[in-house]
Design a protein around this ligand. Sequence first.
Ligand code: SIN
Length: 479
Amino acid sequence: MMKLQDPDLFRNAALIDGQWLTRPEMDVNDPATGAVLGRLPDCTADETHAAIAAAERAMADWRARTHEQRADILMRWYHLMLENTEDLAQILTAEQGKPLSEARTEVAYGASFVRWFAEEARRINGKLIPSPVAGKKILALKEPVGVCAIITPWNFPIAMITRKVAPGLAAGCTMVVKPSDLTPYSALALAVLAERAGVPAGVLNILTGRPEAIGAALTGSPVVRKLSFTGSTRVGALLAGQCAPTLKRLSLELGGNAPFVVFDDADLEAAVEGAMVSKFRNGGQTCVCANRIMVQAGIHDAFAERLAARVDALQVGPGTETGVAIGPMINVAAIDKINAHVADALDKGATRLTRARNLPSNYADPVVLAGARPDMRLAGEETFGPVAPIFRFETEAEALALANGTPFGLAAYFYTRDMARAFRFGEALEFGIVGLNTGALSHEVSPFGGVKASGLGREGAQEGIEEYLETKAFHFGGL
Ligand code: SIN
């Protein structure tokens, strides 16, 4: 049971135009226990249009505020998030399952985007362009894109909201947010704090419920000028198609299939540590998690043995228990996919290096598999769970072909101490984010996003606010 210091943060209601709408229609479950946490409205297409209309009305006042006024509100939101870390983490763990320590880290990570974009709000500069015509001046003005639709996933219920909403609000846009129906309470708690920070009614609307009706209304509306979505490539492509008739701006952070390459000259202990960080964050349910671990023959056995020992020591259990490193998986479909990938790999000749555990059916066994090959399902698809398949390779060229041999291009990692190889290999990787000798790539100051089937656009960093700005060329011919 959650014990919140401020129970008002846990809202059983959607938020439209500053009004909290209660209608107990859809259960939200705790993935650790299956218990019903609460019931929320299943918002309709009409309610979605009402939220869009509210966001459109709110736009005039919000965009007219000074950048400093918007920055001050965002900064208050940031401080409120930090002050309420414990409650936000409790809500996050209850609905998503990740260990409380990771939930606290996510609150800090999510808040870091709010602070970053509060700071960036004051640096939205246009430019003055010298004109080829005497006496004339050309200004490139930065203006907010307009009403934005934000659709977020269940794996980072706080950080994926703030990484999109904070730059939008900083730029002067207004928002209609659809959090995952599996994890809506974190978004609603953030909205309570945003209200307290001074975000006016209609500027931030949160719709709860099933995705189909809400998604179709958001993507079909000509008032919505931008969609930002994080989720699967399949759904991203579907939404992009739905947005095509109204030509919306798109930011799509989609699936990954991250390679994690360890060369013979790597620092072995650092590489094992990096693999643990990258692979097992959020129980492997992260778009940038290492999905394919590739190890050069000379270091392969030592790496595999050490990784297996570390994985065998991981504690699996409810996220609220001290010492737990991997909580429950989000749902039955996730467990089924993980089990199918492991079974397929074992059928095709992989060897299991870690102990078998007798876990309840909502938990996935953390596994290290040796002898992984490109014809296995886990080589071509994102497993999204605590499965670490090891591919053996001999040459750098072989590693590069394996690493790039995927339609996805979100994140890649590699470990080497050879400086020439570091640049050569890093530049040849066809991914939007590359980690050299590190397993952690997620910071508010760094551009986050992929190439190829991993999507469009960048979040975080200076690039993140550009996604919410249009450039107007203003030609000034004199008075
Ligand atoms: C994601 O899994 O989509 C986001 C992960 C991150 O921000 O590190």
